[in-house]
Design a protein around this ligand. Structure first.
Ligand code: 5GP
Length: 218
């Protein structure tokens, strides 16, 4: 029998994964840990996004590695130029996903992760209907409060606002495909890994091919 190419059914192009969840839940930590799990997963990359928020050099944030840090006017110019797939205002700062950094990877067959908040996620889903939406929650709001304090990046007032935002953001959970609880880092990273593996076997619309000789009634 001829060899059947799985990609005829699952597609040659990469997938778009959206990972959302309240700030401080550990989205980046879970993603980074998932990338270190063995056996390793290849052809997965995180999309570097742009922001107008100040760079946090004390916490090791490097331009072009953590974010592309832009002034508000630079950001708005790029909005006009159609540079972003989506953008949103969050905690008085703008955040946006460059369209090219998503599509270049997808076209090269790489699965791309957008670690973005819920408003931007909804925009991406409207534009890319087969984007896979994953929501990460903390085990409790008190655990989130503790993590935000341990991170010691925000003032008490800013932490209070982030907790309020968390409650609002969690209202979007029903619009997502998967829900992960970040209780144990190891377990959550493994669950994320499993989602990617499972999605790589999903038959994607527009990729179905009927094999003349291999389909019969019995
Ligand atoms: P932080 O300031 O804590 O790094 O990020 C604040 C929030 O913005 C996080 O929930 C983060 O996932 C989200 N975010 C980061 N980049 C983008 C982006 O390009 N677009 C949107 N909509 N949200 C983003």
């Amino acid at each position: 029998m001829d060899i059947i190419d799985k990609k005829k059914y699952t597609g040659e192009r990469g997938r778009v994964f959206i990972l959302s969840g309240p700030s401080g839940t550990g989205k980046d930590t879970v993603f980074n840990h998932m990338m270190t799990l063995q056996p390793g997963i290849d052809n997965v990359a995180k999309c570097i996004t742009a922001t107008t928020r100040p760079q946090n050099k004390d916490h090791g944030e490097k331009s072009q590695q953590t974010y592309l840090f832009l002034s508000r006017s630079e950001f708005l110019e790029r909005v006009i130029d159609g540079y972003f797939l989506e953008y949103a205002e969050y905690a008085h700062n703008l955040y946006g996903t460059p369209v090219s950094s998503v599509m270049d990877k997808v076209n090269a067959g790489v699965d791309v992760f957008l670690v973005i908040e819920v408003q931007g996620a909804a925009i991406v889903k409207r534009k890319l209907m087969d984007a896979i939406m994953i929501f990460l929650i903390p085990p409790s709001l008190s655990a989130l409060d503790k993590r935000l304090r341990l991170r010691s990046r925000d003032s008490s007032e800013a932490i209070r606002k982030r907790l309020e935002s968390a409650i609002i953001e969690m209202k979007a959970i029903p619009t997502y495909d998967y829900l992960l609880v970040n209780d144990s880092l190891e377990q959550t990273a493994m669950e994320l890994h499993s989602i990617i593996i499972a999605e790589r076997s999903r038959i994607r619309v527009g990729h179905s091919v009927v094999l003349n000789n291999d389909i019969s009634d019995g």
